[in-house]
Design a protein around this ligand. Structure first.
Ligand SMILES: [Zn+2]
Length: 304
């Protein structure tokens, strides 16, 4: 009888713990904020695990600042939605069985109704990837299934957007955060003479290094366009890009748009970067070892 009671107790204990184990959510921690945007109030959630309350507050604050600043800078409201959610994860993989990218670690995402960010790639004072993913709410949806050759512009724009916004004082970033945007997108990385041009989306080649090069190059491409156009005209360029319909979304149209804003030899300038061929006007090493810290904001201003 004693033996039977012991077994019964063990059974009850198992019965109690198994569902807790199976159904407990490791991302139980959650913070919520209502962000007032132009089109109304947005409920914003961040779910995360462990002892990261300070980090989550930081991500919340930066999200809020970015959304409000981007609405002003781009003159276009955040897409109407009731809820926006960030799910923080240790690792984020691409999950679409029909895609060539299936199973590839991507570090951040904006699909399936939420934004995914990895803790280690979005540390405190490095909001680069968070801003990139939030930028896709403006630049991304209409281009997602558009022409492959212009995808690189969109990917670069969402990485560079916070720099452009900060330089016109729409977005306030401290020196460390501002610097982190350039570091995150590899401003010091030197392209090789034979790197593929961005006109072909070479992320699909299933090569992790190539995938990184793609994103680093897209940031630099925007940097050069920005330097050439200047901060005000670059803003116009982005606003016009947003107003462009998908059918007009091709490289020729983009060069026409750029020429309207500033007549210059865009094809020569962007050779090797956007267009296949040798690097011509802008060499791959032109940004190597550049000391951005402290002086870059002024450099960017001077160059504009
Ligand atoms: Zn992206």
């Amino acid at each position: 009888m004693r033996h039977l009671i012991k077994i019964l107790i063990i059974f009850l204990v198992i019965l109690f713990f198994v569902p807790v184990f199976v159904f407990s959510d490791p991302y139980l921690n959650k913070i919520t904020k209502t962000i007032k945007l132009k089109d109304g109030e947005l409920k914003y959630y961040i779910t995360y695990k462990g002892n990261r309350d300070k980090w989550a507050e930081y991500i919340m604050q930066k999200s809020r600042d970015f959304l409000i600043a981007a609405e002003d800078y781009l003159g276009l409201n955040f897409p109407k939605m009731d809820v926006c959610q960030i799910k923080a994860r240790d690792k984020i993989y691409y999950n679409d069985p029909d895609s060539k990218l299936q199973g590839i670690r991507i570090g951040g995402s904006n699909f399936a109704g939420y934004i995914g960010i990895e803790y280690d790639l979005s540390k405190m004072y490095n909001p680069a990837l968070l801003f990139h993913e939030l930028g896709h709410y403006w630049f991304g949806q209409i281009y997602l299934y558009g022409e492959e050759e212009t995808t690189c512009l969109i990917e670069g724009v969402v990485s560079f957007l916070p720099v452009a916004m900060a330089n016109l004082n729409f977005l306030t970033l401290d020196e460390k955060e501002y610097y982190s945007l350039f570091q995150h997108w590899g401003i010091s990385w030197v392209e090789h003479a034979d790197d593929p041009a961005l006109q072909t989306d070479f992320r699909w080649q299933n090569n992790e290094e190539r995938r990184s090069v793609y994103y680093l190059k897209t940031f630099k491409l925007q940097y050069y366009i920005y330097k050439e156009l200047g901060k005000e005209k670059y803003k116009e360029f982005l606003i016009e890009t947003l107003a462009t319909s998908e059918s007009e979304d091709n490289i020729d149209e983009i060069i026409i748009r750029l020429n309207k804003l500033k007549k210059t030899k865009w094809r020569k300038l962007l050779s090797g970067w956007l267009f296949p061929g040798k690097y011509k006007e802008v060499s791959p090493s032109s940004l190597y070892n550049r000391n951005i810290k402290g002086s870059n904001k002024d450099n960017a201003k001077n160059n504009s």
